[in-house]
Design a protein around this ligand. Structure first.
Ligand code: PLP
Length: 365
């Protein structure tokens, strides 16, 4: 069946003419359907049109990009921000900026496609290590790193299907003696993890220049586009010298306006994050009663692994018939062997929606 989304994405979303309890995608804070975010986009398009039709270096600076930078810096607590068209490009921006001729890349074997693409584009040696395993990284550093090489560790902060959190402090401790760096794609953690929702570095209390993070506004943070935030010097260097920033259009103006407003709401409404965490706790606790062993984290991606007696596709279809949309994932990066049901929890889900999801699953099992 061809399924088409026919409404604004929210906790209740219309597909093919029918409303569903929606537990998929990445709109964790529910900001994509926030009236103030939509209003910001409308006002921007009336006043400024879609894009500047030029790069930022060629007359393309704009008050809306200034506002996006103000809001991103206020959110992430940094001096400056650089934005680009897609979070997918984040690791490429980091490798283009902070790369060193003698880098040797060590990459989590289940990293997102974007990290693999960025690694391969460097033409440097690449050694994968076992998923989320600091022991495997240590072993590979010992075995593969040459005396003149600097290790560059690449990993997602939170993995998009498994919902696992990478053990970043252990990676940092391992690369420190070699003067190495850790590049983190924090697409699924920004807006969600840490006291202020700043992502995995805040969650782990990491304040080290060795840890460099790129993220996206298109998931929890309710807008669109890739961003890197940091010190003024570092960001100016990225802006001036990175091929992605010099050679590609920035996110459209309408998107910059909506993203700035969404960031402001995420920063000034911590109750949204608290509501998300409460919903995640309820969902994880209830789903454990169905026999899945789920860690107690704030990550709103709940991964129901394959079990020998369970047909995941039948569960997904059965839920859909009852008006509940979840994803059955077979091959996306970080999918566990045998596939998984991926359940995304939003701040805007009601407790009744979560309870109905769990009870329908119980009935189908
Ligand atoms: C870990 C990770 N990084 C990057 C991206 C891409 O981000 P964007 O959609 O902003 O291009 C995704 C998924 O969309 C992702 O899961």
């Amino acid at each position: 069946m061809n399924i088409r989304m026919e409404s604004i994405v929210a906790a209740r979303t219309t597909f093919n003419g029918r409303e569903y309890d929606y537990f998929s995608g990445t709109g964790y804070l529910g900001l994509q359907s926030h009236p103030a975010v939509l209003r910001a986009a409308q006002e921007a398009i009336h006043r400024y049109g879609l894009t500047t039709a030029t790069s930022r270096g060629g007359y393309g600076e704009h008050p809306l990009y200034d506002e996006l930078e103000r809001q991103a810096c206020a959110y992430f607590g940094t001096e400056k921000m650089v934005c680009f068209a897609s979070g997918y490009l984040g690791t490429a921006v980091l490798t283009q900026t902070s790369g060193h001729p003698n880098d040797h890349i060590f990459i989590d074997s289940s990293s997102h496609f974007s990290l693999w693409d960025a690694a391969q584009a460097t033409n440097k040696p690449i050694t994968p290590f076992h998923h989320c395993s600091a022991d495997s990284l240590a072993e590979n550093l010992r075995r593969e790193l040459l005396a003149n090489e600097r290790p560059l560790v690449l990993s997602d902060g939170v993995f998009p299907i498994s919902g696992e959190i990478a053990p970043l402090p252990e990676y940092l401790a391992l690369v420190k003696p070699y003067n190495g760096l850790v590049f983190v794609d924090d697409a699924h953690a920004a807006g969600v993890l840490g006291k202020n929702g700043r992502g995995t570095p805040e969650y782990f209390d990491i304040e080290s220049d060795r840890c460099q993070t790129s993220t996206t506004l298109s998931k929890a943070l309710g807008g669109y586009g890739g961003v890197i935030c940091g010190s003024a010097d570092w960001i100016e260097n990225i802006d001036r010298n990175t091929r992605v920033c010099v050679g590609a259009s920035p996110p459209p103006l309408v998107i910059a306006a909506a993203s700035a407003r969404a960031l402001e709401i995420a920063r000034t409404t911590p109750q949204l994050r608290q509501q998300l965490w409460d919903n995640v706790r309820l969902a994880r606790r209830s789903l454990r009663t169905l026999g899945w062993d789920l860690p107690d984290t704030h990550v709103p991606i709940i991964c129901l692994n394959a079990r020998s007696e369970i047909n995941l596709e039948r569960l997904k279809v059965g839920l859909f018939e009852q008006g509940i949309a979840v994803s059955h994932v077979r091959s996306y990066t970080s999918t566990p062997p045998g596939g998984a049901l991926r359940i995304a929890i939003f701040a805007s889900h009601t407790a009744d929606q979560i309870t109905r999801l769990v009870e329908e699953l119980r009935r189908l099992l």
